[in-house]
Ligand binder design. Sequence first.
Ligand code: GDP
Length: 424
Amino acid sequence: MVKAVVGANWGDEGKGKITDMLSKEADIIVRFQGGANAGHTIVNDYGKFALHTLPSGVFYDHTTSIIGNGVALNIPVLFKEVSEIVEKGVPMPKILVSDRAQIVMPYHILFDEYEEERLAGKSFGSTKSGIAPFYSDKYAKIGFQVAELFDEDALKEKLERVIVQKNVLLEHLYHKPALKVDELFATLMEYKKMVEPYVCDVSAFLYNAIKEGKNILLEGQLGSLKDPDHGIYPMVTSSSTLAAYGAIGAGIPPYEIKKIITVVKAYSSAVGAGAFVSEIFGDEADELRRRGGDGGEYGATTGRPRRMGWFDCVASKYGCRIQGTTDVAFTVLDVLGYLDEIPVCVGYEIDGEVTTDFPTTAKLEKAKPVLKVLPGWKEDIRGIKKYEDLPENCRKYIEFVEEQIGFPITMVSNGPGRNDIIYR
Ligand code: GDP
């Protein structure tokens, strides 16, 4: 059976923890989109880890971790991550890399940096991991698939062709040093050595795995609102964050995805620019940021403080719908235990009218939050294992959110660890 674990919000919902937890029952975990631009934080018996490229199943020795064709593959980052976890005592994971995955080139990262520099104050708040230039090249058909590393003559010829265009931009738009084909070729040969043992026809592998009845998890990065089509364009990421794309980015039939577990965080956080209707500021935001997640709401990749906000029913309802949610995992609820009262955004007021439908970006920019204040529970709920044992106001909060978003909350996460989970 294939399940997807995806985010309903702006990312950082705790997908890593849910994937790590569900990996216990999984044979294969697949990353199907995104790159090393976002990170998952995982706490388990080996310690605390920030993963950027490796799927969150790498900590179990019974699982195979796959980098699907939809991923922006940064080869040195992948192998750095592997050595970091192995150094901390995690057994060497079984890794497969799709022969159709495309490679993040060193110049993608440079272009990302240079473009942010050029846009200065008007930038998108990129993590400068080369993701946007990477996907631009992929769809402009000048990207490099892993398989291309193995035909050296063709590779060199293509590099020469592609570099001409890159160097025009470098020279005339960015005023930066030109790229040299020989250097790039040498780098790619290094990449080839690193990746060679893991290269695989992933869609064929998964086809057989599905036939054999294996349990497969598709692990999404970021969340619905960062999807390039359905999110807050243009303040989005460059690959689809939706479960539907799991079929494409892994190379499996769409009808095989039987469960879509959408991770929804009990309050909001976002990174980068863009409208964020339920955003809070000042001391209120600082306190939630400091108490949030596991050790504060700071980017796993960049260390940047995240923007904070109250739970947004409008955005989360939409985020769940567009994922095709079958189950909601409601996370980081324990963090809210300090609040006397908990505001929740239940509607958007746009030009004097209140809506619960998530609008397009132009309207979103004008939206003001309609807040409803729910009573807090003022209790530490970590360690609670049964739903009935949660404080009444905490259950009421969950049930209120469930009714507003319209999808069943079947899991409640009340701590960062693997076992901090309440099934309903
Ligand atoms: P992801 O990108 O969706 O995997 O999310 P991140 O890893 O960036 O952010 C989730 C953060 O919250 C991590 O630091 C997790 O360890 C932590 N976390 C996940 N679930 C819970 C939870 O239920 N309670 C608390 N306190 N922290 C959690």
